[in-house]
Design a protein around this ligand. Structure first.
Ligand SMILES: *Cc1c(COP(=O)(O)O)cnc(C)c1O
Length: 467
């Protein structure tokens, strides 16, 4: 006698039989055999596991193939999915930081799909230097003698310190021992670069004399780190770059400035708060300046090192440069972005980062008015929806205290809901075909519309919102 469980188990077809089904054969044609076989096996395992708890589930061939189909579709989906960044943080490290202009994307495609003069001198027909491509623009835009490019600013700082100060001391103010996003901590980078950190001053006040007294035979450099993700306020004192540069020069030491963001043009020109530029740091006497490519500059992930030719030459000769160098995709994108800087008049309209940062409040408010009814309709009567004023951040450690007035949509449970309601709303928006990422402030879910580019696409998918 067979019991119900045995009967149900026997009704399960073999993998071979399933693979011969017309619909499964179509899946093999589309996804390739190994992935389909793996998926069919996994789905069968799940069905058997389900039988353990409920012996009477019948095997439904159509439903089984449907399940395999959606598993395969999910598996084959590209790893990096587009999302709507409505967090209010323009340069969001977890959402990919700067969005590049189309010119950069096209340059990358070209560099990837065709052979190019990456390290080839087309004039002399000999081996070239990959740094020359962006070097020619960088030096001109920041007024530096020379430039080189590595994987990111963390690598730029690391390589600079390792080259100029290995086994020696680097003098830094206690007010500037930064941590950026967990893993990048100045004292740790120093240690890994093989240098000894010589801290001077206090958290809130450091004077020129503190630096002067720390200098000795073991000193290799004086360093200033831009406190890009926090501000020390109140009873404070810091030594400006000009004085530090002069002190370093008197002792024959290089003066290094880690700027972090390092915008190439004056942001005030676009109605934004001032952010120190590499040009200013160099004009103040810095010998080497490091900054990121994908923060305010609005380019690809990269670390830019600019400064005195002799020091850049040394940095480039460090064998670690090879380990930290950038690929042709980065060079193509960076070159395309730097070329846009040649015309500051049009930069605001061409560089996405600048466009989003300088976007007029009236424009964002008008957009909020347009999309608000669709959001309210999608949430039916399940939540209260209102247009709200909010504050955007630049992000990625730029201008930590300067917030930009913005507008968006606020969703609340209207007092009747559990405290987990905002999380539920956030999860529902993340589950949309193009996930929408907002932020939760107290008990409100906020969609800051500053960076909403594809308004039509955003509205069109709202009917799929499931709460
Ligand atoms: C962001 C930042 C870094 C790290 O730059 P990445 O490009 O993220 O590697 C280092 N120093 C400062 C001051 C920064 O702001």
């Amino acid at each position: 006698m067979l019991n119900a469980a045995d009967t149900a188990r026997r009704a399960i077809p073999s993998v071979d039989r399933l693979l011969r089904l017309e619909r499964v054969a179509a899946l093999i044609a589309r996804y390739g055999k190994p992935l389909v076989v793996e998926t069919v096996r996994a789905a069968l395992d799940d069905h058997r596991a389900a039988l353990q708890s409920r012996a009477t589930i019948p095997f439904d061939e159509q439903a089984f193939v449907d399940a395999c189909e959606s598993r395969l579709a999910a598996q084959i989906r590209p790893a990096l999915q587009p999302v709507f960044n409505l967090t209010g943080t323009v340069l969001h490290t977890n959402l990919g930081r700067a969005l590049l202009p189309r010119e950069a994307a096209e340059a990358v495609v070209q560099a990837m799909t065709r052979a190019c003069n990456l390290e080839f001198d087309l004039g002399g027909g000999a081996r070239g230097d990959r740094d020359t491509h962006v070097g020619r623009w960088l030096t001109r835009l920041v007024g530096a003698e020379a430039a080189t490019v590595v994987n990111n600013n963390a690598a730029a700082v690391y390589l600079t310190l390792n080259t100029l100060a290995q086994k020696k001391e680097v003098v830094v103010s206690r007010g500037e021992l930064i941590e950026i996003g967990g893993a990048f901590r100045m004292p740790d980078i120093m240690a890994r670069a093989g240098c000894r950190l010589r801290e001077v001053g206090t958290t809130n006040r450091t004077h020129l004399d503190d630096y002067a007294q720390a200098l000795g035979p073991r000193t290799a450099a004086i360093m200033k780190v831009h406190t890009s993700n926090y501000a020390v306020q109140g009873f404070t004192a810091a030594v400006d770059e000009t004085e530090l540069a002069a002190l370093a020069a008197r002792h024959g030491l290089p003066f290094i400035v880690d700027l972090g963001s390092g915008m190439l043009v004056d942001l005030e020109r676009y109605g934004l708060p001032h952010e120190p530029t590499p040009r200013e740091a160099l004009a103040h006497g810095a010998d080497v300046v490091t900054f990121s490519g994908d923060k305010l500059l609005g380019g690809p992930q990269a670390g830019l090192i600019v400064g005195k030719a002799a020091l850049i030459r040394k940095i480039k000769k460090n064998p670690l440069k090879r380990a930290l160098r950038v690929g042709k995709m980065t060079i193509a994108a960076l070159d395309a972005v730097l070329r846009l800087y040649a015309d500051p008049e049009r930069l605001g309209g061409r560089l996405p980062t600048l466009k989003w940062l300088a976007r007029p409040l009236s424009d964002i408010e008008a957009q909020a008015g347009r999309v608000m009814p669709a959001v309210a309709h999608a949430l039916c009567a399940k939540a209260e929806v209102a247009i709200t004023r909010c504050m955007s951040q630049i992000g990625s450690g730029s201008l930590p205290v300067d917030l930009l007035p913005s507008a968006g949509i606020a969703v609340t449970g209207g007092g009747r809901r559990a405290s987990s309601f905002p999380e539920k709303i956030a999860a529902a928006f993340r589950a949309l075909p193009v996930p929408v990422i907002g932020r939760i402030k107290e008990s409100t879910f906020i969609l800051d519309l500053r960076c909403l580019d594809d308004e039509t696409g955003f509205v069109a998918q709202l009917d799929k919102l499931r709460l």
